[in-house]
Design a binder for this molecule. Structure first.
Ligand code: HEM
Length: 141
C-alpha cells in the first residue's frame, strides 16, 4: 500500500489535523534576531513547514510522488509531531486511514457534487467553511 500511504501523507501535509503544537523553552536561545527566554511557551507550526516551497516545491499542489524514494528531509513532514511527545497513536491512525481509503476506493465511486470548497482554521484544526459535496455510489457489481 505504498502509493495509498503516499496519498494519505500528501493529504496530511496539505491539511494537517493538528496545525501546530507547543513546547516549553528549556534554555534561552536566539532565533532570527529574537531572544526567546527559558520558561516561555513556543508554538511550532507544522502547517508552515508543510507549505514551505524550499522543502515542498509547488506546496499547494497535491502530489503524492513527493514521498517517493527518500522523501522529504527529516523534521519537514511532521503531522504527528516529533521527539519524545510525538503522537503515540500514529501507527493506529495509519492503519485506520489506509483501511478506510482501501474500502472507499474499492467499493465506491466518488463524484464532486459542488464546484468549490473553502477551508478555514478554527483553533488548531482545519475546518470546512463551505464543504465540498461528494456523491458516493457503490461500484456496479
Ligand atoms: C491522523 C490522526 C492523528 C494525527 C494527525 C495526530 C497528531 C498528533 C500531534 C501533532 C500530536 C502532538 C505531538 C507533538 O507535540 O510532538 C499528537 C499527540 C498525541 N496523540 Fe495524536 N494524532 C492522530 C491520531 C491519534 C490517535 C488515533 C491517538 C490515540 C489512539 C492519538 C493520541 C495522541 C496522544 C495521547 C498525544 C499526546 C502525546 C504526548 O503529549 O506525549 N493520536 N497527535
Amino acid at each position: 500500500m505504498k502509493f495509498s500511504w503516499n496519498v494519505v501523507r500528501e493529504s496530511l501535509r496539505l491539511s494537517s489535523p493538528t496545525q501546530e503544537t507547543f513546547r516549553e523553552v528549556t534554555n534561552d536561545f536566539t532565533f532570527a534576531g529574537y531572544t526567546i527566554p527559558k520558561g516561555w511557551k513556543a508554538l511550532w507550526s507544522m502547517h508552515s513547514t508543510h507549505k514551505n516551497p524550499e522543502y515542498f516545491p509547488n506546496p499547494e499542489e497535491f502530489d503524492p510522488s513527493r514521498f517517493e524514494g527518500s522523501g522529504p528531509p527529516s523534521y519537514t513532514f511532521t503531522p504527528f509531531g516529533g521527539g519524545p511527545r510525538m503522537c503515540p497513536g500514529r501507527e493506529y491512525a495509519r492503519l485506520a486511514m489506509l483501511v478506510f481509503l482501501h474500502n472507499i476506493v474499492t467499493k465506491f465511486k466518488l463524484e464532486k457534487a459542488s464546484k468549490w470548497h473553502n477551508t478555514t482554521y478554527r483553533s488548531m484544526s482545519p475546518a470546512s467553511k463551505a464543504a465540498l459535496k461528494v456523491r458516493v455510489r457503490p461500484h456496479a457489481k
